[in-house]
Ligand binder design. Structure first.
Ligand SMILES: [Zn+2]
Length: 358
């Protein structure tokens, strides 16, 4: 085997990269693990379960990779380019040829006197930008008014250009898959070592933690100052998170222990005003009172009576009337029982109650 043949053959196997100490490669846009669990090398899907079935194995890594390509029916050779000739009437950029490599890239080249040119993307191949006549006569700066980038070239040359572009794009795709996997591996390690920091970066949603997460997943470390600031912020976040959890639990408890009356039940309850608010409507203003009647029962009263206007939060009131169909509080999620034709009597004001307590 000559050196050229050997290099050619090497090129046709997927490139290997270590992620978290394990060899990985990309085959047909999927990530694979290349490991040696026993006497042979195996290739297995990396995103599968913890112990995936290998797709192929071999005595050496190269053998295993070659076997994997065969098993998956994948050829790493670029698909043959297809060339479509385009008449000048079919294309705003003029007549020429479109060179396509399936699934990777497709480029139109305009046919000119000396060969094929790539039309300038900035001016659409016209060499002139409409509406910019006041700037050097509207000449396109990208192509200096030629409408094309570079000199005209024979079609064979353009086919090579497109192959090069396709290879480059495929490498970029693979790079992106590998980088994402590296980021995930780094993040898993970081999360295990620094759970509080990781939780903050994962959930806070503001710029600083997002930036730090990106920095870490790209394989870099925080500076000392960033580290200090991050730890402070993560600690505050953890406290906030804890408080939110306590509040959520309390709310869930209130909902679970709340009760309401059935529609049509008689209301004759005493309770404490938890909310007293003026509500403006089509027929003028009225008072909205929420009354905690004990044992998780909240009565909701709309009234224009004198007592309703005088009632304040903390007052002890007696409500009579008829229960309406229960509703759910929009913010708290707790049930409320609206009262039809309510009568309100203030039993004791908040001030009086305070005086008694003292
Ligand atoms: Zn241009």
């Amino acid at each position: 085997m000559t050196t050229t043949q050997r290099a050619y053959q090497d090129q046709q196997l997927p490139a290997l990269t270590k992620i978290g100490g394990v060899w990985h490669c990309v085959i047909a846009n999927k990530l694979f693990k290349v490991t040696k669990p026993g006497r042979t090398w195996t290739v297995a899907r990396a995103d599968d379960a913890a112990d995936p079935q290998p797709v192929a194995s071999g005595r050496t890594r190269k053998e295993a990779l070659a076997a994997a390509l065969t098993a998956l029916s994948v050829s790493l050779a670029l698909p043959e380019p297809t060339i479509t000739h385009v008449g000048s009437r079919l294309n705003a950029l003029g007549g020429g040829a479109t060179i396509t490599i399936d699934g990777l890239v497709s480029v139109f080249y305009r046919l000119e006197k000396g060969g094929y040119t790539q039309p300038c993307g900035k001016c659409g191949g016209k060499g002139h930008i409409n509406g910019y006549d006041h700037v050097q006569g509207g000449i396109c700066f990208d192509c200096a008014g030629y409408g094309a980038l570079g000199a005209p070239m024979p079609l064979e040359h353009r086919i090579e250009d497109v192959k090069y572009l396709a290879t480059d794009m495929r490498k970029q795709h693979e790079r992106a898959i590998i980088d994402a996997a590296k980021g995930r591996a780094i993040w898993a390690k970081f999360s295990a070592a620094e759970p509080e920091l990781a939780k903050w970066m994962d959930n806070d949603g503001s710029t600083f933690p997002d930036d730090m997460r990106r920095l870490i997943t790209s394989g870099k470390s925080m500076t000392d100052r960033q580290d200090q600031a991050a730890r402070r912020a993560a600690e505050q976040y953890a406290h906030r998170d804890e408080r939110a959890a306590v509040e959520a639990a309390a709310r869930a408890e209130r909902i679970a222990s709340a009760r309401s009356l059935a529609e049509g039940d008689e209301v004759a309850h005493e309770g404490t005003v938890t909310l007293a608010r003026t509500v403006d409507g089509a027929f003028g203003s009225r008072m909205l009172l929420l009354v905690d009647a004990g044992d998780g029962l909240t009565l909701k009263v709309f009234s224009t009576s004198k007592a309703a206007w005088e009632a304040e939060e903390g007052d002890r009131v007696r409500i009579t009337g008829t229960a309406k169909k229960p509703q759910t509080d929009r913010y708290e999620g707790t049930p409320q029982t609206p009262v039809a034709r309510p009568r309100i009597a203030i039993v004791a004001t908040a001030d009086e109650l305070e005086a008694v307590a003292v």
